[in-house]
Each structure stands twice: as C-alpha cells, then as structure tokens.
Design a protein around this ligand. Structure first.
Ligand code: FAD
Length: 372
C-alpha cells in the first residue's frame, strides 16, 4: 500500500509529518514536491527587503521529514480515478494521496498584466521584485490587489524605499471598496492607516483593466505610470489541477483515495461555510486529511471489510489574523484589533510557533529576534 503527498507547503509538510507518525511502517509514504525546501510563505514578503531572511524561512526538507521518501520533482497532472500522478520524470501510483500543491497567481485574463507584472509566490519572485525596485531606485511602484499579500508587499516596499532613501511613489490598487476585504471593518481601517502613514497611496473601488510596458490601466479610464508592477490580485488552482481549486467538502476527500488540502482546494466546511485560503487553514485542514487517510489505511489493512470508517470533518475556526505593514503590524484577535508592538509580537509568534512545530527551533528564535 502506498500513500503520496504532493507539495510541501503548510499543508503538505503538516500532512507528511503526521502520516509519518500514524501510518504503519509497512505502508510506503512518498513526498513529491518541486523545491527541496519548505517555504514559510506568509513571511515571503520580508525577503523583498531582507534577502537573508531566506535562511530562516526556507527549511531543507531532509531536516524536517523522517521516513518519507522525498522526490523533488514537478507534478504535471493527477488522475484520481486511476490513483496515479504524472511527474516530470515518471509516474507514481498511490492508494491514498493528499494534494497540497498550493495555488498560482490569477491574472484573470487582464490584458498585459501577466506579461508585465511580478507575482509573489516563490522565493525567486521576491528576488525579482527587490531587483526591480533597486534598478529603478524606487520610482513609481504599483501593487495590484489589496488582500493579505498585497498589503504586506506594499508595506515592505515602503520600508525598503525609506531604508534606501529612494524617492518612491507606491500605489496600492484594490477593486473592492476596502483593503483586506472580507475582514472586519476595524481591521480594515487599521490596515489602511498603517499604509497611509507610510505614504502608500491606497486606491480602493478601482479595478485594473490591463497593463503595457510602463502604464497600468484602470477602470476609471485613468492610467498609472510604473517602473515596478507587482500583482497579488487573486489565486487560481495549480496547473496540475488544470488551474482549478478542487471543490471539496468537509472530509477533504475527493474522488476515491485523493484528498485536497490548503490553497489547492476550495473547501466548504462542516458548517457549510466557504473556507478562506490561508496558511492557518492549510495547517488545520492537513491534520484532518492526514487522520482520514490513516483511518482508511487502517481499515483497509485490517481486512475486516464492512463499513468504511467515519471520517473527521473540518470546521473553519480562526484564532485571528495578523498582517505586517513594513515595521508595523495589525492583528485581529477575537473582536480586538491590536497595532504596534503587541501586533508585531503576535505575528512573530505565529511564524515561530509554526517553525517550532516542525522542529526548526533555531529558525524560530531567529525569526522572533529579527521581527521584534
Ligand atoms: C506574500 C504572502 C503573504 C501571505 N500572508 C499570509 C498571512 O499573513 N496569513 C495567512 O494565513 N496566509 C498568508 N498568505 C497565504 C498563505 O501563504 C497560503 O494560503 C498558504 O501558503 C497555503 O498553503 P499550502 O500548503 O496550501 O500551499 P503552499 O504553501 O503554496 O505550498 C505549495 C507547495 O506545493 C509545491 N508545488 C506547487 N506546485 C507544484 C507542482 N506542480 N509540483 C510539485 N510541487 C509543487 C510548492 O513548492 C510548495 O511546496 C500569504 C501569502 C503570500 C504569498
């Protein structure tokens, strides 16, 4: 019997570590992912300003996994009906799999945006954004998308420009009526204040319609000049899932033995609520999916036949949200919105808790030291 985990982000690493503990040794376990490290993606924007943070937020997989066989390869496609996946260099068969491939940036077919804009999902993207801002010594910078990523990128770019004493004009463009749309209004207001205090011009209720070599076009018939254009305006499913996020119910089980977890899935939880794509969601979903896979394996191996085991159901329950805006931060903890040192501490402890949970204690303490 063989179990595969595809992807080693929050969802994949959590799933594989849990399966290493819970599956019998007789069951094969393979982790297939396209980078040799686990990236703490919710800190990725920090690498735009501080490239050396990479040492803290990239964990070599051989240090944080145990008995799982590692295959550093791209997953090209998955066939849940057959229980197979096509990899860049061969196929893999599985009885059960957790698909944890994350998401790609969605450009929504906006003319010229994919061609001209820099996304932020991978380490090399942060390097490219940093290089572009240095090459222009600041200049006109447009960030498209005012969700968690766009807010944090704009804040980081403002701090970078200040540290380098660049003359930079940063505009954040968001189609919705507020930044951090979908969050509580007190959180939105605090984020907006943090951005404007750092001289980021925030344009809400304004959609990007396209881009050419040096201008971003808006649905107000205006256009903005740019030297650097960053796009964080949405996500889509990975290419291995034909660009879709798999629609999945609360057990996270798709067809046959294939489970979908994290940003790769569009999950409706046990209460019928749509679950937001986020790091905290990916971590919690992965535990449910891994336990469900272990229960099914156990049932199959017992040879008892009969009814399949009842599976755990995922319910979305968030302890809160934190974003950094340069050296500032905003946290929503229950009904309370925190700013300043309290919010920074909350952000640092989330990252540190994640790093500690996968055994990267030194990285956790470095992160806290750098953030506070
Ligand atoms: C700049 C930024 C800031 C963010 N801030 C926050 C925040 O403050 N709070 C929050 O909750 N969320 C935040 N997020 C969102 C959060 O990072 C994602 O929701 C989270 O990473 C999803 O986890 P995941 O495991 O599903 O996917 P990922 O973490 O993206 O992991 C996907 C894994 O799959 C691998 N992979 C992808 N494609 C393939 C392939 N074809 N073949 C093999 N391997 C593949 C990748 O290398 C990676 O290991 C932020 C995101 C960004 C980009």
């Amino acid at each position: 019997m063989h179990v595969a985990v595809f992807g080693a982000g929050y969802a994949g690493l959590t799933a594989v570590r849990r399966l290493e503990r819970t599956l019998p040794d007789s069951v094969g376990l393979t982790l297939v992912t396209d980078e040799p490290y686990h990236l703490v993606q919710h800190e990725l924007h920090r690498a735009i300003r501080r490239p050396d943070v990479t040492d803290t937020i990239c964990l070599p997989l051989e240090h944080v996994t145990g008995r799982a066989t590692l295959r550093i390869e791209r997953v090209e496609s998955i066939d849940p009906a057959a229980g197979t996946a096509t990899l860049a260099d061969g196929d893999i068969e599985y009885d059960y799999a957790a698909v944890c491939l994350g998401a790609e940036t969605a450009f929504h077919g906006l003319e010229g945006v994919e061609e001209h804009a820099l996304p932020l999902k991978r380490l090399e993207h942060a390097e490219r954004i940093r290089a572009a801002v240095h090459a222009a010594e600041g200049g006109d910078i447009v960030v498209g998308g005012g969700g968690l990523s766009g807010i944090q990128v704009a804040g980081e770019l403002a701090a970078l420009a200040e540290e380098e004493e660049y003359d930079a004009d940063i505009t954040l463009v968001e189609r919705n009526e507020s930044v951090a749309s979908g969050f509580e209004s007190a959180f939105q207001r605090a984020v907006l204040e943090e951005l404007t205090e750092r001289d980021v011009t925030v344009r809400t209720g304004v959609g990007v319609t396209g881009a050419d070599d040096d201008r971003v076009h808006l649905d107000t018939d205006e256009s903005l000049a740019y030297e650097t254009l960053v796009w964080t305006g949405g996500i889509r499913g990975p290419d291995a899932l034909a660009g879709d996020r798999a629609a999945t119910r609360e057990t996270l089980r798709g067809e046959n033995g294939t489970f979908y977890v994290g940003d790769s899935a569009r999950v409706t939880d046990a209460n019928g609520a749509a679950v937001p794509a986020s790091a905290q969601t990916a971590l919690r979903e992965a535990k449910v999916a891994a336990d469900n896979i272990a229960a099914l394996v156990d049932h199959d191996l017992s040879g008892s036949g009969g009814f399949a085991p009842s599976l755990d159901r995922y319910s979305f329950d968030s302890p809160g949200w934190v974003v950094t805006v340069g050296d500032g931060a905003v946290a929503q903890v229950g009904p309370t919105v925190l700013r300043g040192q309290a919010a920074r501490t909350a952000k640092a402890s989330i990252g540190a808790a994640h790093l500690s949970s996968v055994g990267a204690i030194t990285n956790a303490s470095t992160l806290v030291r750098d953030e506070l």
